[in-house]
Ligand binder design. Structure first.
Ligand SMILES: Cc1ncc(COP(=O)(O)O)c(C=O)c1O
Length: 391
């Protein structure tokens, strides 16, 4: 088996959001290196489960046997990949991760309380809470020397200040879009020790966990599995949608090991579970059960793209730390001061579409999020066109 990679022309013709969503101002096509999609299709096992559903006409509303089978598949996957013995009774379905966040804000977080978002952050974390009557406190994370042994780490003092100001929720993203960090046990213990002193919850978004690049070097640990004192304040959300590239077929999972939080979730959760698509659920089951070999190839490919970029940027003013997980990478252009900002310069002058740093938090205006889930040729092209911009 080998992963499919396509030429840029084919990708433009197919017209995914990643490749069709952004053009230059004069309408020229760009290399799509922004939204979290991969250019590799999905695992053959996932595709075949979904094709079978089409052949069988299983395209209607979610049947009752689906949710228990997704829960079994997730529990088996969590056990075999991460060593977590997760009871299936702690798992619920959700349409996707963001609706689970919205429901958490509406039903579980103290009404009107502030929401702490460590930045740089996945863009919707910064915009969704206010629409649900919760203002956001951005807490810029520590980087470089300030982050000690890590490339990036949470600013616990900033988070403490937010909790002191009355925050009712901390949004944790682990693995961390966009820095690619996988938080270690000590970092999570430090966060738990802090959050437990306040009346606050944690929404732990673990959607990128299947994309940990080296399980031995940086083992992924779910925050809520570290003990009852973690789980008692945590709503965990995950999905196969990033790891197997099926984000358009929603079927996320919410993990609630704490009896009381689970009971509170169950008072409204069926509405959110109902939105999970049947075909997405069948793809999810196949992904967790049979999709691991394909994914190992994807991870090998991403590791090689990351190594290529890391080597090419090493002696440049661009700030780049290789991710421990995910294909999303975070490039700093502060030493270059690109005007009006790096994403616009990359789009207009290099015809590469990336996410603008300012959309991932205040203070990150000279940064850009670059998606490396692409062919080797495309990764080389991204590097070459970016380096051509340097003075
Ligand atoms: C960290 C993170 N959470 C959530 C999502 C979106 O998830 P969903 O489509 O399940 O709402 C993304 C998509 O890129 C993401 O990167």
């Amino acid at each position: 088996m080998s992963i499919q990679t396509r030429t840029d022309d084919e990708l433009h013709r197919i017209g995914s959001l990643k490749w069709a969503g952004i053009t230059t101002t004069d309408g020229s096509p760009t290399i799509g290196a922004w939204v979290a999609e991969m250019d590799f299709g999905t695992a053959p096992e996932v595709a075949s489960a979904m094709k079978q559903a089409i052949d069988d006409g299983l395209l209607g509303y979610q049947p009752p046997w689906i949710a228990p089978r997704v829960a079994e598949a997730l529990a088996e996957y969590q056990h075999s990949r991460f060593g977590w013995d997760l009871p299936t009774s702690h798992i619920r379905l959700a349409e996707s991760v963001l609706p689970a966040l919205r429901a958490t804000l509406d039903h579980l977080v103290r009404p009107g309380s502030l929401v702490i978002v460590p930045t740089p952050a996945y863009m919707p974390f910064l915009t969704i809470p206010a629409r649900h009557h919760h203002d956001v406190i951005e807490v810029p994370s520590l980087h470089g020397r300030a982050a000690g042994e890590h490339s990036w780490t949470l600013d616990l003092e900033g988070i403490r200040a937010g909790l002191e100001a009355g925050a009712g929720l901390v949004i944790l993203c682990n693995p961390w879009n966009p820095t690619g960090r996988v938080l270690n046990e000590q970092e999570m213990r430090d966060l738990q020790a802090l959050v437990s002193q306040y009346d606050a919850l944690v929404f732990s978004d673990e959607i990128h966990s299947p994309l940990v690049l080296d399980d031995t070097a940086t083992p992924f640990l779910s925050y809520a599995r570290l003990g009852a004192e973690f789980a008692s304040h945590t709503i965990t959300a995950t999905a196969a949608s990033k790891g197997w590239n099926i984000a358009g077929l929603p079927c996320a999972q919410v993990i609630l090991p704490d009896d009381s939080l689970r009971e509170r979730w169950d008072a409204f959760g069926s509405d959110i579970a109902h939105g999970a698509s049947t075909i997405g659920a069948l793809g999810t089951i196949a992904a967790y059960t049979d999709g691991v070999a394909w994914q190992q190839e994807v991870l090998d490919h991403i590791r090689a793209n990351v190594a290529l970029v890391d080597a090419a940027l090493a002696d440049t003013p661009i700030d780049f730390a290789p991710p421990e997980a995910t294909y999303l990478t975070w490039w700093g252009f502060e030493r270059l001061g690109l005007e009006p900002n790096p994403a616009t310069v990359l789009r207009e002058r290099a015809r590469i579409a990336v996410n603008a740093g300012r959309t991932l938090g205040t203070g990150w205006e000279q940064w850009a999020r670059v998606n490396l889930a692409c062919s080797r040729h495309c990764a080389e092209e991204i590097v070459e066109r970016t380096l051509a911009l340097l003075p």
